[in-house]
Write a protein that binds this ligand. Structure first.
Ligand code: ZN
Ligand code: MN
Length: 140
């Protein structure tokens, strides 16, 4: 690759990273693509996907996959827990300290080596709870 190509690739990656770090919403690749296009109109969705994969491998970002739905991306690569709203699909960061004790407990009990664990909380977020209360009041 010539140096111009290298600079372009670096700029693309930096822009994707800064878009992702500017939000706490854990966006999808498509949302990131729409934002990045505002500054780099010629960038392709494939390039955005490739860069997200590279950034994940570099440990700069986290990919959160929720089974059948699209992956969400997190600009905060420090391991932390999430709350997922089953009504609106929003993903919230939790300040709950990561429980390292259970890793040791599982290792001891099953004779395995634990590198990390995943813990997700599901339910209805505050915003959706407020909405459903509004609806209830409207009915009365
Ligand atoms: Zn919600
Ligand atoms: Mn997060």
């Amino acid at each position: 690759m010539n140096s111009k190509g290298f600079i372009r690739k670096t700029k693309q990656r930096e822009l994707i990273l800064s878009v992702l770090r500017s939000t706490k919403s854990h966006p999808t690749a498509d949302w990131i693509y729409q934002e990045v296009r505002k500054e780099m109109p010629n960038i392709s969705l494939g390039t955005v996907y490739r860069n997200l994969k590279t950034l994940t491998e570099m440990g700069e970002i986290l990919e959160l996959s929720y089974g059948s739905t699209y992956s969400r991306f997190d600009g905060n690569s420090e391991y932390h827990y999430h709350f997922v709203c089953e009504q609106c699909g929003r993903v919230y960061d939790l300040g709950l300290p990561v429980n390292d004790v259970i890793n040791g407990q599982i290792a001891e009990e099953y004779g395995v080596s634990v590198s990390r664990h995943r813990l997700e909380f599901y339910g209805t977020c505050k915003a959706c709870l407020a909405l459903s209360e509004e609806e209830l009041t409207a009915v009365k």
